[in-house]
Design a protein around this ligand. Structure first.
Ligand SMILES: NC(=O)C1=CN([C@@H]2O[C@H](COP(=O)(O)OP(=O)(O)OC[C@H]3O[C@@H](n4cnc5c(N)ncnc54)[C@H](O)[C@@H]3O)[C@@H](O)[C@H]2O)C=CC1
Ligand SMILES: O=C(O)CCC(=O)C(=O)O
Length: 390
């Protein structure tokens, strides 16, 4: 009899799903699932039922998931940091080439002459229209030096570009991985002023929304190329259209075409292919499934975006009680009070917090009565209680 049910809102690579043991079964009904796997499907308006303990985003961006609502319902949301970064990096490098050499124009032109005689001669005669520039020696600005930004910066540097990077919140791990040849700047204005190409690799947040707009574009060099493999809403489309018309922007490469940009002159639109590689899809699926299993079976949280990471170690026996709760005073005293009132000895306790939310894992040697978790649930500020037992 399976213990857990999972629901996939998007197709998830089989190599990941195969990691689910016989204790798991897939369900078509999200309402009866313990865990949800998702890629880009929007969950923002979705009703989320009590039984859902975890959502894993097989990917990086989590702007399609209502993170705060989930946290408030005790649902832990995971993503898979870095798992698709190489796939995106490779397409960004292709984007640099597409914007610099008129490859798309040239390919389309060849299709228009494919029925003509002596194509080779026509090609040599007409190719001058599609001449371009080389990226070697040009300046690239990378905004956001996370998993993808660092790979893009290093790869472009190896291709002979002078690379500037800006990330006020860069992690120690990413800083270690950044080539020492990258020029680190404190202000994005340095990037706008200096760079011939600017590539965006930040999450979509309130403070990054429409960061490329009339004002920031006015600080850029004439003919600057903007690459957006992050999210469409990072760019103000009306301001971009105006800048493309005036020549302020030479080309806008986007992996997120929308109703406005798909038809805009000067836009190179790619249908969100950054992470659409076998390797990235496999990496994301494997990481997402492992994280779900660790959480459901052991209460371990790794790579959550709305709860603290918490490694309580492998569950080895007895009972493990996990509590998702608000990060407010006096919670631990109340939890331990419930156990002591029933004369239950706690063998291990771990508590972590992140922003407004916290997570506590309590191990005991034997079993507990259902009344004990019911008591924990009634404590003000407790959002979800799970018991893991053999
Ligand atoms: N085209 C595609 O298929 C894909 C797109 N993405 C998008 O790319 C974004 C970045 O992905 P990763 O590099 O994997 O994420 P990441 O979390 O490793 O890196 C994001 C970086 O942006 C930095 N950042 C945040 N706010 C900033 C600001 N205001 N200014 C400068 N830096 C800022 C953070 O400090 C972090 O280092 C994702 O959030 C997602 O929207 C991610 C994967 C695939
Ligand atoms: O799953 C996908 O193809 C989308 C990848 C993406 O945009 C992300 O990981 O943020």
């Amino acid at each position: 009899m399976p213990k857990f049910k999972y629901h996939c809102l998007n197709p998830i690579a089989g190599v990941g799903l195969k990691l689910f043991s016989e204790n798991y079964e897939t369900t078509e009904d999200i309402k009866e699932s313990d865990a949800v796997l998702v890629r880009s499907a929007s969950m923002l308006e979705m009703e989320l039922t009590d039984n859902i303990a975890a959502i894993a985003r097989a990917g990086a961006g989590v702007n399609n998931i209502p993170l705060d609502r989930c946290a408030g319902d005790g649902i832990v949301v995971f993503n898979t940091p870095g798992a698709n970064a190489n796939g995106v990096k490779e397409l960004v490098i292709a984007g640099l080439m597409l914007a610099s050499r008129n490859i798309v124009g040239g390919i389309n032109w060849v299709q228009t002459i494919k029925e003509e005689k002596d194509i080779a001669k026509l090609v040599e005669k007409g190719k001058a229209k599609f001449a371009g520039k080389e990226i070697q020696g040009k300046k690239l600005g990378v905004i956001g030096l996370g998993a993808i930004g660092v790979l893009v910066a290093n790869a472009a540097n190896r291709l002979g570009m002078e690379v500037y990077g800006c990330d006020p919140y860069i992690s120690v791990e990413h800083a270690w991985n950044l080539s020492r040849d990258i020029i680190s700047v404190k202000s994005k204005d340095d990037i706008y002023r200096e760079c011939d190409y600017i590539s965006l690799h930040v999450p979509l947040l309130d403070d990054t929304k429409k960061m490329i707009n009339k004002e920031t574009l006015s600080k850029c060099k004439d003919g600057v190329v903007i690459l957006n493999f992050a999210r469409d809403l990072l760019v103000n489309d009306e301001d971009m259209e105006e800048a493309l018309k005036s020549g302020k922007v030479g080309a806008y490469v986007t992996d997120f075409p929308n109703d406005k940009t798909a038809a805009m002159e000067g836009v190179i639109a790619i249908p969100h292919l950054g992470a659409s590689t076998e390797e990235s899809e496999d990496n994301c699926a494997v990481m997402a499934v492992k994280q779900i299993k660790d959480y459901l079976e052991h209460g371990i949280i790794k790579n959550s975006v709305n709860y603290p990471d918490c490694d309580a170690g492998t569950f080895t026996g007895g009972t493990r009680v996990t509590i998702n709760h608000k990060n407010i005073p006096n919670m631990l005293t109340q939890f331990t009070g419930v156990f002591s009132s029933e004369n239950i000895n706690i063998s291990n306790l771990i508590n972590k917090s992140k922003g407004d939310y916290a997570y506590t894992v309590i191990d005991i040697e034997g079993s507990i009565a259902s009344g004990t978790s019911a008591k924990l649930e009634t404590i003000d500020g407790v959002l979800k209680v799970r018991t893991i037992s053999e």
